[in-house]
Design a binder for this molecule. Structure first.
Ligand SMILES: NC(=O)c1ccc[n+]([C@@H]2O[C@H](COP(=O)([O-])OP(=O)(O)OC[C@H]3O[C@@H](n4cnc5c(N)ncnc54)[C@H](O)[C@@H]3O)[C@@H](O)[C@H]2O)c1
Length: 247
């Protein structure tokens, strides 16, 4: 029960790593608000978890949605202790790597969405006496990637540095903020090139562990940073990448 008594919002928790994190948080004693644009999938996950979970519709690019989601956590579960900014879209499905529309879309979800999340959650975390923010970046926020729109790299790099900014500015409010950087994982719903088995096989050759990660391997890192076990860690980052950027 590593999150006993805690209340968390997880964006993008209707799928992939967000869903795995929601299940893990609930197993560890947290109350979890699953927030996504995929209403049927999100509702199913909340129902399968039981009374410890609720689903809320949240488009992370909408400030009114964020205000309503934070208010829902406080209304249903009494407070907010943890925000996991996990929602994201891939840059690997874009045909035109210089599309301005793709730049705006990817930056809107992956960077502005995280900014909005922190903007609206921080007052609630302060009201609860402090808390933990965990932002999902990527190794693509640290190194360049072939065949994906540069907005994916730029948005994930923005997440990495927004994390450090909030860590510094809110340390004395008792709010910690850290980022998690997955490497090659099960492909995102919006993946194009990175879902291609041939491309994945090529990428395995340069990963020291020679395998993709599993969703729970990321969720465990998020759990650690969300819990009080990481009480002296802020502005930091964990790479969950099988050693991919260690070489
Ligand atoms: N899968 C990978 O290889 C990988 C690697 C590194 C980092 N990441 C990052 O990890 C996070 C989770 O990725 P995943 O693999 O679970 O992907 P996924 O596609 O399975 O899940 C992403 C979730 O975000 C939601 N989402 C998208 N746009 C949204 C919006 N505007 N508002 C609210 N929710 C929205 C989707 O509906 C989906 O449920 C993302 O931020 C992603 O960029 C993924």
């Amino acid at each position: 029960m590593r999150l006993q008594g805690k209340v968390a919002i997880i964006s993008g928790a209707a799928s992939g790593m967000g869903a795995a994190t929601a299940r893990m948080f609930a197993r560890e004693g947290a109350k979890v608000l699953i927030a996504d644009v995929l209403d049927p999938q999100g509702t199913d996950i909340a129902t399968s978890i039981g009374p410890a979970a609720r689903y809320e519709h949240l488009d992370v690019t909408s400030e009114p949605d964020w205000a309503a989601t934070v208010a829902a956590a406080q209304r249903h579960f009494g407070k907010l202790d943890i925000l996991v900014n996990n929602a994201g879209i891939s840059g690997s499905a874009e045909q035109d790597l210089y599309s301005t529309d793709a730049w705006n879309r990817i930056m809107g979800v992956n960077a502005t969405g995280v900014f909005f999340g922190m903007k609206h959650a921080i007052p609630a975390l302060k009201a609860a006496g402090g808390g933990s923010i965990v932002n999902l970046s990527s190794i693509a926020g640290i190194i360049g990637s072939e065949g994906i729109h540069m907005a994916y790299n730029a948005s994930k790099a923005a997440v990495r540095l927004m994390t450090k900014s909030v860590a510094v500015q809110h340390a004395r409010d008792g709010i910690r903020c850290n980022s998690v950087h997955p490497g090659v994982m099960p492909a995102m719903r919006t993946s194009g090139r990175t879902a291609d088995p041939m491309v994945r096989a090529e990428r395995m050759k340069v990963i020291p562990m020679r395998r993709p990660g599993e969703v729970d391997e990321v969720a465990y890192a998020v759990l650690f940073l969300a819990s009080d076990e990481s009480s002296y860690i802020t502005g930091s980052e964990i790479h969950v990448d099988g050693g991919a950027i260690a070489i």
